[in-house]
Design a binder for this molecule. Structure first.
Ligand SMILES: NC(=O)c1ccc[n+]([C@@H]2O[C@H](COP(=O)([O-])OP(=O)(O)OC[C@H]3O[C@@H](n4cnc5c(N)ncnc54)[C@H](O)[C@@H]3O)[C@@H](O)[C@H]2O)c1
Length: 440
């Protein structure tokens, strides 16, 4: 469905429409405790292979089934499971069969963007929890589908946002919880990563990730930047996104790079890219906080997710990680070192050595998987749920709609349907709220 509509008013009405709920909220609903969590993987290409390796290192997780449309990828994944000393997993050529299996509790979806929602919905409809790569969905209709299916099937749909588990992010989260940055007022987040050669490649993500650059003009990949900032701001445990307005620069870099690097007869030379090199979105929250969100995967510049968070007593900014605390001597940023002993997150204290050895994105990939399986085994709610998956992914369609209608300010859908003010403890009927919060 074209969500941009034929008039700005039509687009606005579409964004505002909240579909009727199909079940009670899933906020804070605990996972059913179990000693062994049996995991199935759909999509074991570049990211799926990495995720599989990290999951295989987590105590209490067993990979029981794999599925990929490319048989060689599925067989490679099967061998990897065997090499890790686990029983031979089932190889299911059809992903629906993987979802139906009795020996799968959790389905990890690491397929291309357009497949995330069909895969996750099928998993939940087969009574499995779904863990979905980023962005979880790329249309508002599909954001709602994830939420509605989760509520109807009483199964979680969580987003595999590994950046929330980065060492500095978790340390800073602890500092924020302890009040060191005061009242949080503003954040900045980005995905700035030169992907020109990857986008134009003849394999891997080059097979599908360039397509939206031809069809859309907005922020195609918001969650790596936005997820950690949402955690800092207690989004869905006391605050929520309320507005978004977006603006894009001209679309130049990808086309110029293509013309400079590919032969004149390459079919890619006929493509037209609509997505602006830089997309800038401004967001606001119910508590009056502001967020600047950027996306640029086509400009030659160093990578950054920015990750700035500021409050009445100080500011953190990443890449490199640095802090400014009110009352400190001098006007310069200071490194995090002085805060590590007191605020290093307990999971990193406990699992950091193994995480760094495994190496996935500096260790955060293992920490994410470890944390997910730990919460599952203990019967606690997951750190992220379908509401987070939907809200962190929704800037994809919202930015596209806003840009299409001349930077139209849009209301941000409340995917929780008014359950955003409850701390997880209340939503879970009194269960201890531990989501990414556990201070020592
Ligand atoms: N969190 C991160 O740090 C991170 C990093 C890279 C990619 N990703 C995300 O991971 C996902 C996959 O990206 P990737 O780099 O692995 O892409 P990829 O192209 O390397 O792998 C995708 C895999 O899915 C398979 N596939 C395609 N259609 C399928 C279908 N209908 N059913 C089953 N399998 C199918 C492909 O054969 C391939 O093996 C994307 O959502 C991407 O955004 C996340």
């Amino acid at each position: 469905m074209n969500e941009i509509g034929t008039t700005a008013q039509e687009a606005l009405e579409f964004v505002k429409a909240i579909p009727p709920a199909q079940g009670e909220t899933m906020r804070g609903v605990p996972l059913e405790p179990r000693d062994l969590v049996r995991v199935g993987f759909i999509g074991v290409g570049g990211r799926g292979s990495g995720q599989l390796g990290e999951m295989l290192a987590v105590e209490g997780a067993q990979v029981t089934a794999v599925s990929d449309v490319v048989e060689a990828h599925a067989l490679r994944a099967k061998e990897r499971v065997e090499q890790a000393g686990q029983p031979t997993p089932a190889v299911e050529p059809q992903w629906e069969r993987l979802c139906e299996r009795d020996d799968v509790d959790l389905v990890c979806v690491c397929s291309p963007w357009d497949w995330h929602v069909p895969h996750a919905v099928c998993a939940m409809e087969c009574s499995k929890h779904a863990a979905v790569e980023v962005p979880a969905a790329t249309t508002l209709t599909d954001c709602w589908r994830l939420v509605d299916t989760s509520e109807r099937m009483r199964k979680h749909c969580l987003i595999l946002e590994n950046c929330c588990y980065e060492y500095a992010k978790m340390l800073v989260l602890n500092m924020i919880r302890a009040g060191l940055l005061g009242t949080i007022t503003h954040g900045e987040a980005a995905y700035i990563h030169d992907l020109r050669s990857l986008l134009l490649a003849d394999g891997g993500e080059g097979l599908w990730r360039r397509e939206p650059h031809k069809l859309r003009n907005g922020n195609l990949y918001p969650t790596h930047g936005l997820g950690p900032v949402a955690r800092y701001m207690d989004i869905h445990t006391g605050d929520r996104f309320t507005q978004l307005v977006s603006m894009s620069s001209a679309s130049v870099s990808l086309g110029q790079y293509r013309d400079a690097t590919l032969p004149a007869d390459s079919p890619k030379r006929k493509e037209t890219y609509s997505c602006g090199d830089m997309n800038l979105s401004l967001m606001q929250t119910a508590l009056g906080r502001t967020i600047m969100l950027q996306h640029d995967v086509a400009t030659p510049r160093p990578d950054s997710r920015i990750n700035l968070i500021q409050g009445t007593k100080g500011t953190f900014c990443d890449y490199p990680p640095r802090l400014f605390i009110d009352g400190q001597t001098g006007h310069d940023w200071q490194p995090l070192d002085a805060f590590k002993a007191e605020y290093e997150h307990p999971i990193w204290k406990e699992q950091g050595e193994l995480a760094r050895k495994l190496g996935g994105h500096g260790g955060m990939d293992f920490i994410m998987n470890y944390r997910l399986i730990q919460l599952y085994r203990q019967g606690q709610p997951p750190d992220m749920d379908a509401y987070d998956a939907a809200a962190w992914s929704a800037p994809v369609p919202l930015s596209d709609i806003s840009v299409a209608w001349g930077n139209l300010p849009l209301p941000f859908p409340d995917f929780t349907r008014d359950h955003w003010q409850e701390p997880l403890a209340a939503a879970a009927g009194g269960r201890a709220a531990t989501a990414l919060r556990c201070s020592p």
